[in-house]
Each structure stands twice: as structure tokens, then as C-alpha cells.
Design a protein around this ligand. Structure first.
Ligand SMILES: [Zn+2]
Length: 204
């Protein structure tokens, strides 16, 4: 995939105020999409030419070189949708605003969908496209801890490192030991550099 799929939601509004201000119309949403997907310059999906013009009320581009028609959403999470971008963006906002998760039932209610199945499908599609955000390092307040897990009274227990955002996401990692190097590697991978980290006082 030549375009930056991972980055589709990178500059997406984080607050309701910003969301309302940026996405008042379907055209606003298209402008965001074109920026996120093509860096502002739509390109033909077949020959990558940037000599394209808009057809079908802005939902598709036709290539001046090869005549291929590229839909705004083709090859993306929103491929073949008949719903306005504005509706999808609203769903993205509602999902991303709830760090602790949102159920399909909740999404159905918030969006006013007639069917639970639609809500379920949207939720899973969008979540999958938003994984990048899920992978972002934890912050700004993070508690780091460790635990031994394994069979009750069994001879072998496994060490698990845990980092938890205040009221937010949690990361777990299986670790061979809890020395300073291992803990640092875990923290570097999971926690933002500027985060304020608290621990149970372990020397590591
Ligand atoms: Zn072309």
C-alpha cells in the first residue's frame, strides 16, 4: 500500500470543540481525508499521477493520464461506504474519546444506528484502523509494577511487568528478570519520554 494508511487519524481532533470546528461539513471531512491519505495531493491509484480531477461531487478522482477512477475511500478502512465521511468521523471521535473502551451497544445508541450489527461492524473496522493510536506510548502519569504469575504453589512462576496509565491504558510484558536493563527496555518501549513514572520502589 503506497499511501500512509497508518496515519489516517494522526491529526484527528481530540476534543469535541475541535471536532465541531473542523468538521462542520462533508467538504471539511474530505479535505481532512485528502490531507491524511495523500498529503493534500490526491494521486491516481493505478499510475500514481497527480493530474486528477474531481468527479461525483468530490467522492472520486479521475486520472488525466490513464482515465482510472480512484474513490476517496478505495483501499482504505472506509472502502465502498455509502455513508458520509462526517458520520464515520463522528464514530471515530466517539471511539477515540473513550480510552477505556466503548461497546457496540454504546456506539449504536450514540450514533442512532438502527441495527446493532452495523454498530458492531463500524466499531471493529475503525478500531483496527486506529491501532496506531493504541500503540502510542503511555503518559502522562504512569504506574509501573511487576507481578509473578503461574500455577498455585507450582515450581515455576513467570515474571510480568506492568505499566498503567492513570485512568487509561495498560501494557503488560513477559520478562526474564527484573534487572535495571530489562525494566528500562520495557519503559522505553511503552512509556512516553516525558511521562511521570511511579513505581513500588523496586531498585530496578
Ligand atoms: Zn492514472
Amino acid at each position: 500500500m503506497s499511501d500512509a494508511q497508518d496515519d489516517l487519524w494522526r491529526d484527528f481532533p481530540r476534543t469535541a470543540t475541535e471536532f465541531e470546528a473542523r468538521f462542520a461539513t462533508e467538504e471539511d471531512c474530505r479535505a481532512y481525508w485528502i490531507e491524511a491519505r495523500w498529503g493534500g495531493e490526491p494521486a491516481c491509484a493505478r499510475c500514481t499521477s497527480k493530474r486528477v480531477w474531481t468527479i461525483r461531487s468530490g467522492t472520486t478522482f479521475e486520472c488525466a493520464e490513464c482515465g482510472h477512477q480512484t474513490s476517496l475511500t478505495s483501499g482504505t478502512v472506509l472502502e465502498k461506504t455509502r455513508k458520509p465521511l462526517k458520520l464515520w468521523f463522528r464514530a471515530v471521535f466517539e471511539i477515540s474519546a473513550r480510552r477505556n473502551g466503548i461497546s457496540a451497544k454504546d456506539l449504536q445508541r450514540i450514533m442512532g444506528f438502527g441495527s446493532y450489527e452495523t454498530a458492531w461492524t463500524w466499531l471493529h473496522k475503525l478500531r483496527a484502523s486506529m491501532v496506531r493510536e493504541e500503540r502510542e506510548p503511555l503518559g502522562p502519569f504512569v504506574q509501573v509494577d511487576e507481578a509473578l504469575v503461574g500455577g498455585k504453589g507450582g515450581p515455576h512462576k513467570e515474571l510480568v511487568l506492568l505499566a498503567a496509565e492513570a485512568n487509561g491504558r495498560v501494557r503488560l510484558a513477559h520478562a526474564a528478570n527484573n534487572d535495571a536493563t530489562t525494566l528500562k527496555r520495557f519503559a522505553d518501549a511503552q512509556i512516553a519520554a516525558n511521562a511521570q513514572v511511579t513505581t513500588d520502589g523496586h531498585a530496578g
